[in-house]
Design a binder for this molecule. Structure first.
Ligand SMILES: Cc1cc2nc3c(=O)[nH]c(=O)nc-3n(C[C@H](O)[C@H](O)[C@H](O)COP(=O)(O)OP(=O)(O)OC[C@H]3O[C@@H](n4cnc5c(N)ncnc54)[C@H](O)[C@@H]3O)c2cc1C
Length: 301
């Protein structure tokens, strides 16, 4: 259960006091404001604030005095043009601020995206909750035999039970010792900033994360991808659903050109031209390495 009833009451309270504004609002995003979208066993993503909409992207691109909107079709065409030609600054005019609760090992991957503003829950100041990510049985996967940076089929039987037991027992034992060390009951109590080093990387942390739409798309392109680790991908997928509601035209262009599209090398393009001309091309004649050829085959099907 990612939210306590107290937290839910705070969210309900925030949502029950709408204020009029002259700013652009996106109806699709208004429905997400403050609500928590559950992710993993104790995590969530929730929208705290946002700025801009599809029209704001066009407004910036046209450096217009008004809303910058011509017609929906016209705007969509412009947004697709901007995305296609990597004219990225108009997308930077939209921003979103998220509250994310995530395991520390996911946060380590996430924080590599430097083009965002972050403020994390302070475990020097506050006591961390007893909440650990324990994978669902289907996600308790074996090491992949074809990709060192990946996973294979789910563990089964006694091995799966033993792994789950280790994860749960170790987390609880570490947390018991954490609590014991910081306790001031009959002792001085170790500083929170030191006691936390005993906690495993599957403990949950929280942060506020603010990012503009251009850099968010970059994050989503990398982390909603099949090559990203499942535990960060589910957060990216949840954010994708929100962005789709927030800026449908921009998300549509992103989905088409970035998520669904592919970048081809000069050699790959040459191969396609030869193939279209009816010539047989093999890995040996393509000028590509085996790995490149495999990926190329994956792209062209
Ligand atoms: C599948 C996958 C596997 C990965 N594996 C590893 C791994 O094994 N080890 C590891 O350490 N990392 C790994 N990473 C992290 C990866 O190398 C990047 O650090 C991460 O994806 C952030 O990307 P970014 O730097 O483009 O994003 P951001 O930091 O958001 O930057 C966005 C863009 O801004 C520009 N930029 C930002 N800061 C600078 C700067 N200081 N100098 C120059 N340009 C800058 C760059 O153009 C950059 O692309 C992995 C990522 C993925 C998706």
């Amino acid at each position: 259960m990612p939210l306590s009833s107290e937290h839910q009451a705070e969210i309900d309270d925030q949502r029950s006091h709408p204020t009029p504004t002259l700013r652009a609002t996106a109806p699709g995003m208004e429905k997400h404001l403050y609500t928590a979208q559950p992710v993993l066993d104790h995590g969530f993503v929730r929208v705290i604030d946002y700025m801009g909409d599809d029209a704001a992207i066009c407004q910036a691109a046209r450096v217009s005095y008004g809303r910058g909107t011509k017609s929906v079709q016209n705007d969509e065409g412009l947004i697709r043009y901007l995305m296609r030609h990597w004219h990225s600054t108009p997308f930077e005019m939209c921003e979103v601020k998220l509250h994310v609760k995530l395991p520390v090992f996911v946060a380590r991957q996430w924080i590599r995206h430097r083009t965002a503003n972050v403020n994390e829950y302070s475990a020097r100041y506050s006591i961390l909750d007893r909440e650990f990510y324990i994978p669902a049985p289907d996600d308790l996967a074996a090491q992949s035999v074809v990709n060192n940076q990946g996973r294979g089929a789910a563990l089964t039987g006694e091995e799966a039970q033993r792994v789950l037991r280790y994860l749960q027992d170790d987390a609880m034992r570490c947390y018991d010792h954490y609590e014991e060390m910081i306790s001031q009951d009959g002792q001085q109590g170790l500083a929170r900033e030191l006691a936390r080093m005993n906690l495993p990387a599957n403990i949950y942390t929280q942060w506020y994360w603010k990012v503009d739409l251009h850099n968010l798309f970059h994050f989503l392109r990398l982390r909603a991808d099949a090559h990203a680790q499942y535990e960060i991908r589910v957060y990216a997928d949840a954010i994708c659903a929100m962005v789709k509601d927030w800026v449908p035209a921009a998300y549509g262009a992103f989905e088409d050109y970035r998520l669904g599209g592919a970048t081809l090398s000069g050699r790959a393009l040459e191969c396609i031209k030869k193939m279209l001309a009816g010539e047989e091309v093999t890995q040996e004649t393509s000028g590509m390495s085996k790995g490149e050829w495999r990926e190329f085959q994956g792209v062209i099907g």
